[in-house]
Every structure is written in structure tokens, then in C-alpha cells.
Design a protein around this ligand. Structure first.
Ligand SMILES: Nc1nc2c(ncn2[C@@H]2O[C@H](COP(=O)(O)OP(=O)(O)OP(=O)(O)O)[C@@H](O)[C@H]2O)c(=O)[nH]1
Ligand SMILES: [Mg+2]
Length: 475
């Protein structure tokens, strides 16, 4: 399953709150008799819907679990759990053991088979783990069965990713976006909780609403109010950002996109001489940065570094990071960075394209950068990938290999990028008129008093020379 995925399991796991108190969700009738947590044990609602908070304590020792199709190659399974292990590391915890089960689907109410469940319990005890992380999104029933077997907290991949984002969020916008994703992730759980309670408290029929039900109503109202509030705040910031992106209309905008940890920020630094944070870690970049990239001959473009994508990226995160991703959707050219030394490069490329499609950015011209060329050992594999690709460059952000040709290519794209604009230039300003004639196609010319009114098609890279003469349509 490539993503961003809304998940097939149809539900998300409960998130643990303060301490070990965990919110349980009754989902189907078979679960009612097993419910152990009473409503009064729940954390207060305000705590649950507060700002984004990291839920994985630093000292977590984690067991990773995953399931795969029959016939899923062993190295694929191992790569899947390797990535999950990296995610755990990025969240500040440590993966100490792993378990993978080959099955047709992660179906069923327990995620793992019976035998594996028992094995999980033993493994958790043996390695002294205090958290289990599943590679797929879990239904509440699956969480409950797994927790019973493991005797510790169980979370899923989406929760982990949202947790990492919560830890990394620095700007106001990123924090709001994570808070919104987190809350939306939790909402279905609140709803299920409510359904479950209504079954218990509603036994006496109309008018017999129990305290638990009221509590959930309060939770839901608070949660909904907070979602609306976050949306409104984000909209405001989004409008501001849109204005910024629109104001760059006369510039050629290039965005670096790609899977997480492929070297986007390192490329950005190398190309623009900036100093963006780089780390061998998933999701090092959360807030986009835009810098000027000087391509020589007076041609300057804007280059944006963006948040990395990942397989099974939680749908809510993609949705709530829409504003941040405006850098991507507003770009004139995408540089799709790929880690050429990664055996899974191709499937990761596909995953990035899926996310771009979801963002509505799949029509933007794309150049693939096969980065980390200095680390490639399997040259035959690289040749095979190259044979399937359209326009691409083999580069290394570390050694600088290939970046000069890339610069020339982007310069060509920028120079060819034209804007049709109306200008008013003083007829006496022969120098500017000559410059315009040399660098743009003049489509129309007339005189009004001592002004020369022109319509011209100007390469965006040249626009900065003529911006101050531009006649902007009045609102
Ligand atoms: N050998 C080699 N390492 C590289 C190259 N480019 C980047 N790296 C390393 O790869 C790691 C990730 O680099 P980043 O630039 O942070 O990657 P990113 O794509 O911005 O990652 P996120 O922001 O997490 O999505 C760092 O350890 C870099 O030093 C390269 O061309 N060659
Ligand atoms: Mg980065």
C-alpha cells in the first residue's frame, strides 16, 4: 500500500495519555465484556485535545511488529522494519527487537496470528520493552488484543509519525498543523468511545444518560471547537503564505521534493550557499525554507526545501500540511531528489509521486536528481533505474558532482519561462526600452503622453528589471 494512506483498518489506535492511563475504544459488541477502563479513569478532555505533544518518552524500548503478504521477500520485510526502526529513532526511542509475520493481510482483530501474539508477549518481557510499534495503522480492536498480549502500550506507524512531527514542529504554522492532524487522528476514537458508552449507559432507554456519555459529548464538542479554531488560524496563516507565494509570480520557483532523508536540505545548502539544518534522520526538515539560487548571467531563481515524504504518510498530516506544501504546489519546476544508493529508491520515488498527485502537483514539470551518487556501489542497479527515467541528473550534494549541469538546465528552464505583462516606461528612457527589446518579445506598443505603454512577454528571470514599470490591474 502506497500512501498517503487513509487506512484500511478503518480506525486508529488510541493514544496513551499522561502516564499509563490509556483510552480504550469499544468498537464491536464482542469487546464490551472485556473493557477494563472506566470513564473516570480517562484523562481530562482538555488534556487530550491540547497542543501537539510528544507521547513517546525518551527512554522507550520498542519492539517493532509488521505483517506482509505471503511471498513478500525477506529483504523487503527487513527494509520495511528498518524504516520503522529509523522512525522510532527519530522519535527519540530505541528499537530493541522486531517481529514480522507473513500473512495475506493484516486483517483480523488481532493484527498478528495467535501464535505470534504469544511470542510477542514473551519477546516484550525478554527484551524488557515498554512499547510496541506496528508498521500499519491499527484498529482499536487490534490495539486492544496486542496490548493484552504484549502487556505494554501499543501504537501504530501513523501515531509515531505524528509524534515525530509534534517533536520537530518549530514555527507557529507547523505546530498548528501538527495539532490539527493529531486531533483529527483522535476524533474517530472519541466517536467510538461514545458509541460504546451509549451502549452501556443507554440501557435504561431515553433520559438515562450516564456521566460517561456526557463526558464524551463534552470531549467531542471541545474537540470539534478546537478543530474549527485550528483551521481558522491555519487559514489566516495560509492566506499570508499564499500572498507570499503569489508575490513570487515574477520569479521562477523551484521546489526540492522527495522522500525523507534523501538529501534535499543538503542539496539546498550546496546550491544556494545556505545553512539549512541537515541530519541523517527522518523528517529533519519540517518547515520549508526558500532561498535565492544564483544561476549566473543575472538569472536568479527561488529554491524551496520542503518536508520529506514517506510511505504510509498519515493522511491527516498531508491534509493539514497543505499550507506548508504551498511551496510545492506553487512551484514552476520540481527537483525530485532520490537517494540513488538506496535499493528501495524506485518504490520511494513512486510513493513521492503519489503524494504529489494527492497535492495536485503532478502536472508540474519534474526533473529527477539521483543524489548520493558518491555512495552508489551497485552501478548496474543505477543504470537500470536510469533507463526507466525521463529527464534526470546523477548528482552528489556531498561532492558537488553533476550540480553544474543541473544549474545550467534550471537556468535554461528559468530563462524560457515567460510572463506576459503590461508596462508603462517613460518614452525618454531609451536604455530601459532597449533592454526590454533585447530581452523580451514586445507584443504591443502605444504612447500615452510621455509614457510608452507596452505589452511584452518577458522571461521571468528578467522580470526583476522591469517590475517597477509594471501596470497592475486595480482590484
Ligand atoms: N554520501 C552522501 N550523503 C549525503 C548526500 N546528500 C545528503 N547526504 C546525507 O544524507 C543525510 C540526510 O540529508 P538531508 O539533507 O538532511 O536530507 P533531507 O532530504 O533534507 O531529509 P528530511 O529533511 O529529513 O526529509 C545527511 O546525513 C546528509 O549528510 C550525498 O550526496 N552523499
Ligand atoms: Mg531536510
Amino acid at each position: 500500500m502506497r500512501n498517503p494512506s487513509s487506512n484500511s483498518s478503518g480506525g486508529n489506535p488510541a493514544k496513551a495519555h499522561a502516564g499509563r492511563t490509556r483510552r480504550r475504544k469499544g468498537v464491536d459488541k464482542t469487546q464490551d465484556r472485556d473493557l477494563k477502563v472506566r470513564p473516570e479513569e480517562e484523562a481530562p478532555p482538555t488534556e487530550r485535545i491540547a497542543r501537539p505533544e510528544s507521547t513517546a518518552p525518551k527512554a522507550d524500548r520498542v519492539v517493532l511488529i509488521g505483517v506482509g503478504r505471503e511471498g513478500f521477500a525477506a529483504d523487503e520485510a527487513s527494509a520495511v522494519l528498518d524504516e520503522l526502526s529509523e522512525l522510532v529513532r527519530a522519535a527519540g526511542a530505541k528499537a530493541v527487537a522486531r517481529m514480522y509475520q507473513r500473512r495475506d493481510a493484516a486483517a483480523g482483530s488481532s493484527y498478528l496470528g495467535k501464535g505470534k501474539l504469544a511470542e510477542l508477549g514473551e519477546m516484550v518481557a525478554r527484551v524488557d520493552a515498554n512499547l510496541v510499534v506496528a508498521d500499519d495503522d491499527l484498529s482499536p480492536a487490534q490495539v486492544r488484543h496486542l496490548e493484552e498480549a504484549a502487556k505494554c502500550r501499543v501504537i501504530d506507524r501513523s501515531e509515531l509519525i505524528i509524534d515525530i512531527f509534534a517533536k520537530r514542529a518549530r514555527t507557529e504554522q507547523a505546530k498548528l498543523q501538527v495539532a490539527l492532524a493529531q486531533l483529527q487522528y483522535q476524533m474517530p476514537r472519541l466517536r467510538r468511545m461514545w458509541t460504546h458508552l451509549s451502549r452501556i449507559t443507554g440501557a435504561g432507554g431515553l433520559g438515562s444518560r450516564g456521566p460517561g456519555e456526557k463526558q464524551i459529548e463534552v470531549d467531542r464538542r471541545l474537540a470539534k471547537g478546537r478543530v474549527d479554531d485550528l483551521r481558522a488560524q491555519l487559514e489566516k496563516i495560509g492566506e499570508r503564505r499564499d500572498r507570499v507565494v503569489k508575490s513570487r509570480v515574477s520569479t521562477f520557483n523551484v521546489a526540492l521534493v522527495g522522500y525523507t532523508n534523501v538529501g534535499k536540505s543538503t542539496l539546498m545548502n550546496r546550491l544556494t550557499g545556505s545553512d539549512v539544518f541537515v541530519a541523517d534522520m527522518l523528517f529533519a526538515t519540517l518547515d520549508p525554507r526558500t532561498r535565492q539560487w544564483d544561476l549566473g548571467d543575472g538569472i536568479k531563481v527561488l529554491l524551496s526545501d520542503t518536508v520529506g515524504f514517506i510511505e504510509k504518510l498519515p493522511h491527516h498530516l498531508v491534509a493539514s500540511f497543505h499550507a506548508t506544501l504551498a511551496e510545492v504546489t506553487g512551484a514552476d519546476l520540481l527537483l525530485h531528489a532520490v537517494d540513488a544508493s538506496d535499493p528501495a529508491a524506485e518504490s520511494k520515488m513512486e510513493c513521492v509521486r503519489d503524494v504529489l498527485k494527492e497535492l495536485g502537483a503532478s502536472e508540474i514539470p519534474e526533473i529527477v536528481l539521483l543524489n548520493k551518487a558518491d555512495r552508489v556501489t551497485d552501478h548496474a542497479a543505477l543504470t537500470a533505474i536510469r533507463a526507466k527515467l525521463g529527464e534526470h541528473f546523477v548528482v552528489s550534494a556531498l561532492t558537488g558532482e553533476g550540480l553544474e549541469s543541473l544549474g545550467l538546465r534550471v537556468r535554461r528552464a528559468a530563462a524560457a519561462f515567460e510572463n506576459i505583462v503590461d508596462l508603462a516606461i517613460p518614452a525618454s528612457d531609451g536604455r530601459t526600452l532597449a533592454l526590454l527589446a533585447a530581452s523580451a518579445a514586445v507584443l504591443d506598443r502605444r504612447y500615452e503622453g510621455d509614457l510608452c505603454i507596452l505589452r511584452a512577454s518577458i522571461p521571468r528571470a528578467e522580470m526583476h528589471r522591469f517590475e517597477r514599470y509594471e501596470i497592475r490591474a486595480k482590484k
